[in-house]
Design a protein around this ligand. Structure first.
Ligand SMILES: [Mg+2]
Length: 287
């Protein structure tokens, strides 16, 4: 069996269409219920911060527990999250207000706040599947030697609920894979034990994502081969490539050149300009 693991957000869905709505609602909540400042002030801070990040994206990261888990320019949701975190963390008055609102955040009130905003305002969004998603999934499911699985960092209920709207035969969700969780004490059992993947002179990806590794390894325990498809590199893509698992990067409006260039020149990598191309890629892998 060849299991094709498809990332959910940004790969099956058009997250670039959802981000403006999430950002707008998050800024409104920040202004009115967390920071108690005029909406125009946080809107301007958001815009300025975003422009500054994009001027030198390799210097700004999504960090979890102080460890870089993704560069800020890799995805539309990632850029928005890093923008929110940076604009809050750099303003002492904002940090004070956020700390007052999230007093139980044991490590980092700013991270707790941005997590809260992300989950609160992405939850009620209408599903925005990419146009090719229903047909691509249906045709993958129809192939007896292929099992498609949907990959997500969330618990899977949102994903299951949204997939149900496509009225497809059942498709398994590989949830709670926490690709953003780095285990600094873990020695990677691949990549010659080297914990970092050098992408180019400006970008290095931490591979110590033990929970994600365990999820992938678990899917191979029945003798299946794997292949992963996603719209970003650091979170879902670097680990499979370093572990000998084929990875296809879906190139969309926000994909940075450095990600596509790396995947394109990797012997196990492929860059797809449309999700529909997944079928030929899967064909080539399974034959
Ligand atoms: Mg994604």
């Amino acid at each position: 069996m060849l299991k094709i693991i498809l990332d959910y957000d940004g790969t099956l869905t058009a997250e670039e269409q959802q981000v403006p709505k999430v950002a707008r609602r998050s800024l409104l909540e920040l202004a009115e219920e967390i920071l108690y400042v005029p909406l125009a002030e946080v809107e301007a801070a958001h815009q300025n911060t975003r422009a500054r990040l994009l001027a030198a994206p390799h210097e700004h990261h999504w960090e979890v527990n102080g460890v870089r888990v993704s560069y800020c320019d890799e995805g539309a949701f990632i850029l928005n999250t890093v923008t929110m975190q940076t604009m809050l963390a750099e303003n002492p008055a904002y940090v004070e207000a956020v700390t007052a609102r999230f007093p139980n955040a044991e490590y980092d009130p700013v991270a707790a706040c941005t997590n809260h905003l992300f989950h609160t305002h992405t939850g009620p969004l209408d599903v925005a599947f990419r146009p090719a998603t229903p047909d691509a999934l249906r045709r993958l499911i129809a192939q007896p030697e292929i099992e498609p699985l949907v990959l997500t960092n969330s618990l899977g209920d949102k994903v299951n609920r949204n997939l149900a709207r496509l009225a497809l035969p059942p498709i398994r969700v590989l949830g709670d894979t926490r690709q953003y969780e780095i285990d600094p004490g873990w020695t990677v059992p691949f990549n010659d034990g080297e914990p970092f993947l050098a992408v180019d002179e400006r970008h290095t990806v931490d591979l110590r994502r033990r929970i994600y590794y365990d999820a992938l390894t678990g899917e191979m325990s029945d003798g299946s081969r794997l292949a992963v498809v996603a719209d970003t590199l650091s979170l879902p893509g670097a680990l499979p490539l370093a572990d000998g698992i084929p990875f296809a990067l879906l190139r969309v409006s926000y994909t940075p050149d450095w990600c596509a260039a790396y995947v394109e020149r990797h012997p196990l990598g492929a860059v797809l300009d449309d999700l529909a191309a997944i079928l030929d890629w899967a064909d080539a892998l399974s034959s």
